[in-house]
Design a protein around this ligand. Structure first.
Ligand code: AMP
Ligand code: MG
Length: 327
């Protein structure tokens, strides 16, 4: 049998129309936890992408429902309402997050402190309202991480002062990003990036090349101060430009120095590289409060952690690991 012209056309059309399973990058985005959540992953089987996206976003919404300070039904709100009166039983992952938060408080001498909220909740950035000096002075004794008493046996939390409130805003997005990466892994994904606001984690690489992650220029919204190649790592940035208002010369923003109850003002941006986003997130907030010298000392003493700090004069400072890598 010989193939005539019609045969060839037939074979060609069949090849064009056959549903060829082609691997590709898949993207999705949604507003969760009061910020933009984006994910991108390499999908070996395009037909199966949507259930993976749904599972990741559902996981992030679940973290928000548990940890949001704005939802009265969240576990966090339940704890804030009752833990000053009596020990409150909490779920295992919440307990672990509190333990991790207290760990960062201890190693930073209280620079990272989830009880910042005892004063922090008096700020309203949208309404441009800050508490008076008298209000800050009144609530300041309730900022002290040692007032958060954990009982591992009973898995409870109790506050040792009637005015204590906690907020996990400095660590929750990183935690959510780690959980999202966990979901992607369970679905067999091995190359991905998940971002929630300033917190990202990269699984694998961009198929042969690292992802280039930009550190925003702290004073030029559309520009980058520096770009960093990242693979198989988390990357978090805390900046004083994220949530703020101006009171004359003073920038009132969302990262609070637990010693004063006022916005930390020595640096304007801190980026952290660490294996997990829960750690890069907590550390970006921690180093922001500690400032250049104490912050870089802390990071230089931690294996597998690096930092880029931008000070008030917009000068960049790098941790030892990054300086070595650049040589
Ligand atoms: P980030 O989003 O990582 O830059 O962290 C900023 C958030 O952390 C704020 O919006 C607060 O919810 C929370 N936060 C502010 N100050 C502190 C602090 N000193 N320790 C722990 N969390 C803080
Ligand atoms: Mg952070």
């Amino acid at each position: 049998m010989t193939f005539n012209k019609n045969w060839w056309i037939g074979i060609f059309l069949f090849a064009m129309m056959a549903p060829v399973a082609r691997a590709e990058w898949v993207q999705a985005a949604e507003n969760i936890m009061g910020t933009r959540v984006t994910l991108e992953f390499w999908n070996e089987e395009p037909a199966a992408a949507q259930p993976v996206i749904d599972a990741v976003l559902a996981q992030m919404r679940a973290v928000d429902a548990q940890l949001s300070p704005y939802k009265s039904s969240s576990e966090l709100s339940r704890v804030n309402a009752a833990a000053a009166d009596e020990p409150v039983a909490i779920s295992e992952n919440f307990f672990k997050l509190l333990e991790k938060s207290l760990y960062y408080s201890r190693i930073s001498d209280g620079a990272f402190d989830i009880t910042f909220a005892s004063v922090g909740r008096l700020y309203d950035y949208r309404q441009q309202r800050a508490p008076s000096d008298a209000d800050v002075a009144e609530k300041l004794p309730a900022i002290d991480y040692r007032l958060v008493e954990l009982d591992a046996q009973a898995r409870t939390v109790h506050f040792g002062h009637p005015e204590v409130k906690i907020d996990l805003g400095g660590i929750a997005k990183g935690y959510a990003v780690d959980r999202a990466i966990g979901v992607l892994r369970e679905h067999g994904v091995s190359s991905a990036i998940v971002t929630a606001g300033g917190d990202s984690r990269i699984l694998g690489d961009r198929r042969g090349t690292p992802w280039m992650i930009g550190v925003k220029h702290p004073r030029k919204p559309e520009a980058y101060a520096v770009r960093v190649p990242v693979q198989d790592s988390a990357f978090s940035t805390s900046g004083d430009y994220e949530r703020f208002f101006q009171d004359g010369e003073v920038r009132i923003h969302h990262i609070i120095d637990p010693e004063s109850g006022r916005s930390a003002s020595e640096v304007v941006s801190v980026s952290i590289l660490a294996p997990q986003a829960v750690d890069s997130d907590a550390l970006s907030t921690t180093v922001f409060v500690l400032g250049v010298k104490r912050g870089l000392e802390l990071v230089n003493g931690m294996a597998g952690v690096d930092a880029i700090v931008i000070d008030g004069g917009l000068k960049l400072h790098y941790s030892e690991g990054l300086l070595r890598a650049a040589q």
